[in-house]
Design a binder for this molecule. Sequence first.
Ligand code: 6PG
Length: 253
Amino acid sequence: MAADARDVRVFTDLEALSTAAAESIVAIAKDSVSQRGRFSIALAGGNTPKRTYQLLVERHRDEIDWSRWQVFFGDERFVPSDDKRSNYKMAHDALLSAAPIPPGHVHPIPTDTRTVGDAADAYDETLRDVLGGGDTQPSAIDLVLLGVGPDGHTASLFPGSPVLSERAQWARAVEAPTTVQPAVPRVTLTLPCLNGARNVVFLIAGNDKRPVVVEILQGGEAAQRYPAAMVRAAGRTVWLIEQSAAPSRAQNT
Ligand code: 6PG
């Protein structure tokens, strides 16, 4: 497969998608640990990944070397970490509270800074410190999990946002979106970070996503305005789609 090709798989329901997603995460984690001695992952927010996170601990807890995991977040809403809108809270409740990851290996996006810009700057520094790498770019993240919104956003990269042209920083502040809820300012990883990843796996469910998913998978110039279409990992890009979000002619797994 060409480096910028997408591998698309369609599933009958969220349970089947989540089962496959959890298995992929386990496989990529094993491979990363055997090749580089660690596994770095950026977790997705929203609702779709929750079942995948639960399955990682329910079915795979004992086969995962959690001590090698370094956990980041693809985006965060600027709300306290115990707020029900917090992506960290969702990941904590579904996965992190039940997985024996060393506490120093979990890197939430801070939301207690004075401004959202301060949070983004602090997170950019965290990524550079933990991942290491050269002076200009940190080392690639092994696996970035992402979702797609009905407006074509991914992480907190929204259509038309000036943050889409960021080329240097790996984390940026984003104004409260007007197209989706919750309408609170956010911090997001940027395209240089997402596109530098060794693996990107999208988890997509719900028929509200179908129009945008169909348009993106058809390709063409116009679809390039969607941030989700701009993400092509340096390594592998996989779209795992629940069937109500998928083009009708797509084959189920
Ligand atoms: C967020 C996200 C966002 C999400 C998509 C899909 O914080 O809102 O990270 O990009 O992944 O909106 O969300 P669902 O999985 O809830 O449909």
